[in-house]
Design a protein around this ligand. Structure first.
Ligand code: NAD
Length: 337
């Protein structure tokens, strides 16, 4: 049984904690919280709570939340830590993990240089095999990596051009924006292009990112120049072998991210999560050596199964096929609606 700790129990951390708990070969030893808030109260019903500092242990106990100790006492009892603290904090935490000789997974908000590899299960599972420090790429990059790697395997990829229409913030946040503006990133390419290249060896990747006032999902319009010519028939069903990509259709009423997320709720997922990347069937178009499609990415949850697979790769437990199969079975990811 792999003993896992979760440092940072926010949007990503709490979902990874639940996903790890669902697996047969790993368990959550505890989760690290900074404050005894409503999330800590709820988490304490399922997980052992640890405070970020020894001074904060008292605050939890005073608030009536049993606290087992500080982050260092958790580190003494785990094989691997999933660091889901706010972006940039992993850079500081890595010293602590080194000191305790604990492996660690970082998230997409960290620089790619933090780990010995960046990770996406479909793209480069084996590059994290046995590694001590690995970064799971961001929600947007995970979305691109999933679908582009499927195309790469079938036809070869020379160039990716994508426009990323990004959600402004997550649904549980009331501080960030924009709330009434469209905000283009003025950096070209946006950081997602170079980030995709950390997990997929594509010669050219060009991305543009634009933030819009929504909290539900990101939407990507993707153009891929392939090595071989591709017909519309070749393209049909290209994503079907991949459980973490689902095809959705306007004909069935899914015409926006509102219905995509409604679908996730209908699927009975906890928190209404959609771990899969949703590609609109009608948008899939092939001509010569160009493929075009539109996909939607639930930023809060697509990276969650990737964290589970990264644990298995780093602990050298099973190969990509076996790990993704186990993760997906436990999380009810079936590749269909
Ligand atoms: P979040 O703010 O929702 O959660 C971070 C949690 O860490 C919070 O609960 C915060 O209280 C806690 N924390 C702060 N300081 C801490 C400390 N010293 N020790 C322990 N916990 C501490 O952030 P998030 O959205 O879950 O993002 C975490 C990472 O995942 C970032 O690198 C981010 O870029 C990445 N990521 C976020 C998303 C997303 O859309 N939310 C998607 C993919 C990847």
């Amino acid at each position: 049984m792999i003993k896992v700790g979760i440092n940072g129990y926010g949007t990503i951390g709490r979902r990874v904690a639940d996903a790890v708990r669902q697996q047969k070969d790993m368990s959550v030893v505890g989760v690290v919280k900074t404050k005894p808030d409503y999330i800590a109260t709820n988490a304490s019903r399922t997980f052992k709570i640890f405070a970020d500092t020894s001074e904060n242990v008292r605050k939890f106990n005073e608030a009536g939340i049993e606290c087992e100790g500080d982050v260092q006492s958790l580190l003494e009892n785990v094989d691997i830590m999933v660091d889901a603290t706010p972006e940039g904090m992993g850079e500081k935490n890595i010293e602590m993990y080194r000191k305790f000789r604990v492996k660690a997974i970082f998230q997409g908000g960290e620089k790619s240089s933090i780990g010995q590899a960046s990770f996406n299960a479909y793209s480069n599972f084996t590059e994290s095999w046995g590694k001590d420090y690995v970064r799971v790429v961001s929600c947007n990059t995970t979305g691109l990596a999933r679908t582009v790697s499927a195309i790469e395997r079938a036809f070869g990829v020379m160039r990716v051009e994508a426009t990323l229409i990004r959600r402004a913030t997550d649904p549980n946040d009331s501080k960030k924006g924009p709330i009434n503006a469209v905000e283009p990133s003025l950096k070209f390419p946006s950081h997602h292009g170079p980030d995709l290249k950390t997990v997929l060896r594509i010669p050219e990747v060009d991305t543009v990112a634009i933030k819009v006032p929504t909290t539900l999902m990101h939407v990507h319009t993707v153009n891929v120049r392939t090595e071989k010519d591709v017909s519309q028939d070749d393209l049909n069903g290209i994503f079907r072998p991949y459980r973490r990509i689902i095809e959705v259709s306007g004909k069935s009423g899914i015409v926006s991210t509102a219905q995509v997320m409604d679908l996730a709720r209908e699927m009975g997922r906890k928190r209404g999560d959609l771990f899969e990347i949703a590609v609109w069937k009608e948008s899939m178009y092939a001509s010569g050596n160009n493929i075009r499609y539109i996909q939607a990415v639930n930023q809060e949850s697509d990276v969650v199964p990737e964290n589970v697979d990264a644990i298995r790769a780093m602990m050298q437990v099973s190969d990509m096929e076996k790990s993704t199969e186990e993760t997906d079975r436990a999380m009810n990811i079936e590749g269909r609606m």
